[in-house]
Design a protein around this ligand. Structure first.
Ligand SMILES: Cc1ncc(COP(=O)(O)O)c(C=O)c1O
Length: 369
């Protein structure tokens, strides 16, 4: 591969960065206990509230998306609490496993990877819980491993009716897909910097409803650096309790300003166009989409099966080697079986066209060899 060929990073995170963000990332180190950082912090928090569509505070933790998931569990529950984990892919399974490791009683409502979580089944399960033993429902909005979008609004209505907390992993859906924290009465919403927010990995975001803060006050699981009370206490001064990734804060300020300029609805419409362009192009190449129903298909990532006789990973390595295009692979039990085109964050239609063209060429080259 030529060293000068620019890279096409087509992953559902980390995602490509705009030039202005790259420049901002090289901003100076500042005192994280000083007024400049507090101003940066407050501006970013206001931007995140807009992204999450919430009036509530959005906590910022150093770490990745998984850090936010772990913090939600340790800050909201006590050993033996019962949670219902909805799962239709790798991240839903991970959330349930993590809850088990922390000593929670985990019941699963599990589906084949790529099927959507059924609102009817959730409703039936929660209606049967007349003793209100289920304290929370763990939901992955956009299941990145299978490219499937769960019907969050409907699921959340059902959870609110029961009274359990909704804990929503919106890590790969924020910005590409509507997430209306307050209007949909979501209790905990999780995000991560390297996904649709157009900055590098390093920050996890957690927004909590007043009901979630009440649950936090009696939660007994041990935690230290991810404690929400301590994080809140510092957030009130515009600070984080521990040294923050200052460079990412510099980048995020610029990324949020770019997002505000484009507008949330326009960002979502762009992602819908990217998804549709990818799906149509892949079908025209004769490939089988993993998510057949477009209403269930993710706006952040499109998984697809390779043609008969070709391995998904061979196609990916060919695209990497010859065109410097990096596509996602199948995760865990889907390893080698699918490949995934990420179209999240700073992505535009011509890039999808380029990937489809390169894919057409790669398939023909590989089928001849
Ligand atoms: C839906 C979802 N949840 C959780 C995670 C885990 O995030 P991280 O890798 O940042 O820890 C990811 C990452 O791809 C994700 O897509």
């Amino acid at each position: 591969m030529s060293q000068i060929l620019p890279q096409y990073l087509m992953l559902p995170g980390p995602t490509p960065l705009p030039q202005a963000v790259l420049q901002a990332l090289s901003g100076p180190m500042i005192n994280h206990r000083g007024p400049e950082f507090a101003e940066l912090f407050r501006e970013i928090e206001a931007g995140l509230k807009w992204v999450f569509q919430t009036q509530h505070r959005v906590l910022m933790l150093t770490g990745s998306g998984t850090t936010g998931m772990e913090a939600a569990l340790t800050n909201l529950f006590s050993p033996g609490d019962k949670v219902l984990a909805l799962s239709n892919g790798s991240f839903g399974e991970r959330f349930g496993q993590m809850a088990e490791i922390y000593g929670l009683e985990v019941e699963r409502l599990a589906y084949e990877w790529g099927e959507i979580v059924s609102p009817q089944a959730l409703s039936a399960r929660l209606e049967a819980d007349t003793q209100k033993q289920i304290k929370a429902v763990l939901v992955v909005h956009n299941e990145t491993s299978a490219g499937v979008l769960n019907p969050l609004r409907e699921l959340s209505e059902i959870i609110s009716r029961h009274g359990a907390l909704s804990i929503v992993d919106a890590i790969s859906s924020l910005t590409s897909t509507p997430v209306q924290m307050d209007e949909w009465q979501l209790d905990v919403v999780l995000g991560a910097s390297q996904k649709g927010l157009m900055v590098p990995p390093g920050l996890a975001f957690v927004a909590l409803s007043p009901k979630a803060w009440v649950a936090h006050r009696s939660a007994e699981l041990p935690r230290f650096s991810l404690d929400f009370s301590v994080t809140l206490e510092y957030a009130e001064q515009g600070w984080t309790p521990w040294t923050p990734p200052i460079s990412i804060f510099h980048g995020l300020r610029v990324a949020l300003a770019m997002m505000r300029e484009e507008g949330l609805e326009a960002i979502q419409a762009r992602h819908l166009l990217l998804r549709n362009t990818a799906r149509e192009g892949l079908e025209q190449l004769g490939l089988r989409l993993m998510i057949e129903n477009p209403d269930h298909a993710s706006c952040s990532v499109t998984p697809v099966y390779p043609p008969e006789g070709l391995s998904a990973d061979l196609i990916r390595s060919h695209l990497h080697q010859h065109y410097n295009m990096v596509l996602g692979g199948g995760q865990r039990k889907l390893t080698g079986q699918i490949f995934r085109i990420g179209h999240l964050g700073y992505q535009f239609q011509p890039t999808i066209w380029a990937v489809l063209q390169a894919l057409e060429a790669a398939l023909s080259q590989l089928q001849k060899s």
